[in-house]
Design a protein around this ligand. Structure first.
Ligand code: PCA
Length: 206
């Protein structure tokens, strides 16, 4: 049975509630009910967590599948990231008030690191169930991109499916305005679909 690690993030400046906390807890519950054992963790939105908590988690769990979830306050649909970029915003404080010293994450490291989650397959699976999603080549320059870059670097050379999904702030069901707005239930359903695609890819040895 494939080991699965899913992560969300805690609050950060401008986002007092991070919906990915509830999302990863809900996803883990759903997966467990289906006999899939999932470790769900909420990472502090802090560079220190990306440097210490994340590598410790990866080392302790050695997962076959890693799915990271983060909030994008600007997104209106699920955004499946294709890559992390080797850059960091030196002027934007994390949840502890810290900022990176350097504008690159890994000096001398590759400019981009590609995810191993089959993004096109995940998008197709989401489309089949009518959930709005789009691919993204830009995970930003804050903690989400940072964690993805570090996670991909730590997973290089391993057979590990690693993906990152940016989710929109969920809208309450009765306020759903237009097909692109998503409720917390939609996020959960979408996360479960993407997890299934990741598990299938891991089983197929991709
Ligand atoms: N979103 C932020 C960091 C944590 C989160 O949930 C981002 O997009 O970088």
């Amino acid at each position: 049975m494939a080991g699965v690690l899913i992560t969300g993030f805690g609050p950060f400046p401008g986002a007092p509630v991070n919906p990915t906390e509830a999302l990863v807890a809900g996803l883990a519950r759903r997966a467990t009910a289906r006999g899939i054992s999932v470790r769900a963790e909420v990472l502090a939105t802090e560079y220190a967590a990306a440097e210490t908590a994340l590598p410790a988690l990866l080392a302790a769990t050695d997962p076959d599948v890693v799915l990271h979830f983060g909030l994008s306050t600007r997104a209106r649909t699920l955004r499946i990231e294709r890559r992390a970029r080797n850059r960091a915003a030196i002027g934007r404080p994390d949840a502890a008030g810290a900022m990176p010293d350097l504008a690159t994450i890994e000096p001398g490291g590759p400019a981009n690191r590609s995810v191993t989650l089959p993004v096109a397959r995940a998008l197709a699976a989401l489309a089949r169930v009518g959930l709005a999603a789009a691919p993204s080549l830009d995970a930003g320059d804050y903690l989400c991109n940072y964690v993805l870059y570090r996670s991909l670097a730590a997973s290089a050379g391993r057979r590990r499916i690693v993906g990152f999904v940016h989710v929109p702030a969920p809208v309450e069901r009765h306020r759903l305005a237009g097909p692109a707005a998503m409720s917390a239930d939609d996020l959960l359903a979408g996360g479960a679909v993407i997890l299934d695609v990741a598990l299938a890819a891991s089983r197929a040895g991709l």
